[in-house]
Structures are given as structure tokens and as C-alpha cells.
Design a protein around this ligand. Sequence first.
Ligand code: IPM
Ligand code: MN
Length: 375
Amino acid sequence: MSRAYRVSYIEGDGIGPEIFASARAVLDVLSDSFKISFEFVATPAGDKALKDFGAALPKQSYAAIRESDLCLKAPVGETAKETILFLRQELDLYANIRPAKNYPYIESKFSDVDLVIVRENTEDLYVGREFEEMNGKKAIALKVVTEAASKRIARTAFEIALSRHETRSSSGSQSEPSVVCVQKSNVLPMTDGLFLRSCDSVSKSFPSVKYSSMYVDTAAMNLVRSPEAFDVIVTSNMYGDILSDEASQVVGGLGVASSANYGDDFAVFEPVHGCAPDIAGKGIANPLSMLFTTKMMLEWLGAKRQDPSCLAASKSLESAISAVTRSGMKTPDIGGNSSTEIVTRAICAEIRRQTGRALDDGRFEIMKEDVLLKW
Ligand code: IPM
Ligand code: MN
């Protein structure tokens, strides 16, 4: 066994617990097959935590998250501001990474999309500084952009472009790495202008990456016109929020959209979507967004902790997802009629099959004891 990774987790609200259960089941199988040891710590947060403990992110949860190696989070409801926005700010998780990739058996109008949105995650309108004047008849929000944060996210984007290129060339692809800086500096020459100038300046240190800029309205149009043309998009917080929902739709929808919030030493992994209360409890939520998110978590551990077992586990998970979607076992949102649990069981069985383990014996419940927090 490699060292134990302490995973704090937020089951969230709505469909959160259902898709989180899927991630747990898959991680238990991967842990067994690849000899990776995980210690799971429940860190309640979200609407239910607010009801149960009087805080959307109880102090105990926050403390336990800080002591963990990473946090795996399912969507929460109305308390996103107190939970995920708080974590992004407090833990300085400055890079929100949102891939959108076509998989052959997940229906989409396109077939060759493989892009990633690198969203600045700490500034812009998300600093939450709003105020009112004229007795509430006028409202003002501050958009904050700094050179330091803009350059930092630009560097992340270029590094991601290079590492994606390395992976793709090793599998025979000829495509050149590119970064597009998305902003609206024609209307906001100071804020978005600073973001653009910061990206321009960082681009000089990465001569092997093709660099260009695009206004956000044009980018929104091109994302539905020719999404295959994008590689890495670097953008500010609010544009990244909007464009990442749009990008999910060109590869199968929010049911498959994963994301990671990276700081220098810590990360929170979460699906892009919300907690979908309309389908909660029906057993039909697509677990793939949570499972692709789990794949990102394993890749991050593999890279950060130089752990080849985690990298191998992430590849196995991706190929199991491909095999199961190929067989037609999918949830209704992506054209199938299987339940969350059936898809999950099939993916677990496929991992076991690939890794030469016994076939799925029907287990779906959580196999390991959690570390329980003291309240
Ligand atoms: C996201 C979400 C959050 C955001 C909300 C829930 C605050 O939409 O992660 O994309 O706006 O960042
Ligand atoms: Mn969003």
C-alpha cells in the first residue's frame, strides 16, 4: 500500500448524496485494485448541514477539510456562497479547471471536442462587494482584477496547455498547444484590460504555445459554432462560470461535467452542476460528472504526490467509463435508461475486470469505515 490519503468529503444536497455514493463505490474498488489507501472524513456542508448544525460550513467541517489532503465535494443547494465560494477564497484555490471532452458513446452534436476552461477563481465580481444607493434604487457591484492573480492564472493555463500537449503527442496527436485569453477589454479597458495585458505578458515565457485573445461574446459564439478549435481557454471568474456551463453542452451536458479548484497545495474537486432537486431521490442522476471529477482527483494526486498508482487508477476509471457507456448503460440525460446504481455497478465491475479482479459481487454499499468527526 502507498501512504494513506485523507479525503474530506461533502455529500451535499439534492442528488449530491446519490452521486457521491457512486464515487465512494468506485474509489473503494480502485483502492483495492491499485493498492491505494484512502481515509474518508465526512465534512457535512450545505443546506442540510445548515439545518442540522446551524451552519452551512460548520467549524468542525472546515477544520477537518484543512487537515485533509484534498476535498471531494458533491453539489450543495442554496448555500453555495457559504460553502464553495468560501472555500475557494479562504483556501486560495485560485484555479478552477473545467474540461469539456467528447467521449465516443456520450451523445453530442460534436465529436472532436477536447478543451479545458481555466477559470480565475478568487476575484472579479465574485469578491462579493455589492452595495446599494438611493434607498436600494441603485445597486453597484465591484469587479476586482489584480495583476498578480491574472498572471498566476495565466501561468497555470500555459502549463496545462504544455502538459496536455505532452500527453496528446505521446498518443500520436499532431495538434499544437494553444491558449486563448477570453475577456471584454473593449468595454472594460481597466479590469479586463489588465487581465488581458497580464496574459499577454505571461505568454512571452511560453513561446511554444500558440496564444491569442478573444472577446467573451465571440468566444460564446465560437463555443457552439466550432468548439473543436479550442484547446485551453483562460478567463476571469464570471465569464468562466458562464462559458463552462455552455461548454458542457457541446460534450453531453452538465451530467458529465467535472471540475477541480486548485490552490498550490490543496484542491477541492466537484462537478460543475448544482444539486438538481427536481430529480433528487429518483435514482436517475448521472454519476459521470462525479466520476470524471474523481478521475481529476486521482490525476492530481498522481502528479502532486508522484504516485503512479493514482495515475493508473485514473486511467482505469476513464476506460471503464468508456466501456460502460459503449455498452449503452447510461442515465436518461445522456440517452440511456439505466439508474445511477446500475451505471455505478457496471463501472465497478469493469474496473475489476480490467484489473483481473473478481467480477462485481453486487456490493454497492460503502466498504470501509469512515473517520467520524467529534461534534
Ligand atoms: C459553479 C457554480 C458556483 C459559481 C455557484 C454555485 C456559486 O455555479 O461552480 O460554477 O458560480 O461559481
Ligand atoms: Mn456555474
